[in-house]
Design a protein around this ligand. Structure first.
Ligand code: FDA
Length: 318
């Protein structure tokens, strides 16, 4: 059992390490990282992840595909990321899999200028509109919140007619209450999550209890007034509350969905599906797994024990 203070320190450390690019470059080259990463990342390419996505479909889950990558610093890399999403949509269509992807604006070149990110996302949305696909813009750290919401507003017309584009709100941010009300009024499709980034207390609640309380309030607003909201969490308390609200107000399983990350709380994923709820699994693939993986460790430092065990198992097997 890890003490609270140690756990807090580990969360801070893992989150800080997630931004260290040179460690990331090293980590992806080390062979022993593969079995650890496989729990959270379905494959080193979308092609490699297709069997896992197929198995989820066969079991009755929906999926959204994330081609890993973020904080891109070269225009070419940002354009290549957009191309990989266009290719991913075509590959999913070819395999008759869910036409649903999640992307990050920092991967599309936001740090190099909103214009570049807009062009790149517009290209992905044009392909998505053609195929009738859904594109979710993930939410990153707070300096990008305004740019993300602005870009969603500007690009939404690209999807007019076919497909749709949605965005993500983080319960941890103090501004989210106002954002949710504005976005509900605009008919936005919102995924609600707690927030995976280390943020200053000036913009985010430092106490988990306050984040959880905000999550309960916002999820209720979205269930009652939102358009096809996604309740993205692995927290039993948040999920039980959403189910209670849905039951009380006769909100059926086709009017919202639960979303969970690939490899996290598979027991809960199965249980919700068996109870008849709509459950979508967020499936990451690609070689740029380092920051994503480190955020998963920071969310639950006890995962480190699991990782050490998986490496030892591998070694014994070798
Ligand atoms: P919480 O962290 O309180 O965890 C509740 C329980 O879930 C834990 O006690 C544990 O049992 C289990 N759990 C949670 N994380 C785990 C892990 N990594 N490994 C093992 N068990 C774990 N964030 C963001 O900032 N922008 C975004 O766009 C998204 N997108 C997104 C999509 C989807 C589908 C999900 C599910 C989550 C996100 N997130 C996100 C991440 C989110 O903000 C948050 O960091 C994680 O979901 C963890 O928070 P929980 O709500 O699960 O609660």
């Amino acid at each position: 059992m890890i003490g609270r203070a140690v756990e807090g320190f580990l969360r801070w450390l893992l989150s800080a390490l997630s931004h260290r690019r040179f460690i990331g470059r090293l980590a992806v080259r080390l062979p022993f990282t593969r079995p650890m990463v496989a729990r959270f990342v379905a494959g080193e390419s979308l092609e490699a992840a297709l069997p896992a996505i197929g198995r989820l479909h066969d079991a009755g889950f929906r999926t959204t595909v994330d081609i890993l990558g973020e904080s891109v610093t070269h225009e070419d890399a940002a354009r290549a990321a957009a191309t990989s999403y266009v290719d991913a949509l075509h590959l999913l269509a070819e395999h008759h899999l869910d036409l649903n992807v999640s992307l990050k604006l920092s991967q599309m070149g936001l740090a190099l200028g909103p214009q570049l990110a807009r062009q790149n996302v517009a290209r992905v949305l044009a392909a998505a509109a053609e195929l009738g696909a859904f594109v979710r813009i993930d939410m990153e750290d707070h300096p990008t919140t305004d740019a993300t919401i602005d870009l969603w507003r500007q690009l939404r017309p690209v999807m007019a007619g076919q497909g749709d584009v949605g965005l993500v709100i983080q319960a941890a941010l103090r501004r989210s209450e106002a954002d949710v009300e504005a976005l509900i009024a605009e008919g936005a499709r919102i995924r609600l999550c707690k927030g995976a980034y280390r943020e200053p207390a000036s913009v985010a609640y430092p106490d988990k209890a306050d984040v959880d309380a905000a999550y309960l309030r916002l999820s209720e607003r979205l269930l009652l007034e939102g358009r096809l909201p996604a309740i993205a969490t692995h927290d039993d308390r948040m999920i039980d509350h959403a189910i209670a609200v849905a039951r009380e107000h006769g909100i059926t399983a086709d009017r919202f969905e639960f979303q969970m990350l690939y490899g996290v709380r598979r027991d809960l994923q199965d249980r919700l599906l068996a109870e008849g709820w709509t459950v979508r699994i967020y499936v990451p693939s690609g070689r740029e797994w380092y920051p994503y993986f480190m955020r998963r460790l920071a969310e639950r430092p006890a995962n480190i024990t699991f990782l050490v065990r998986s490496v030892l198992r591998e070694r014994r097997g070798a």
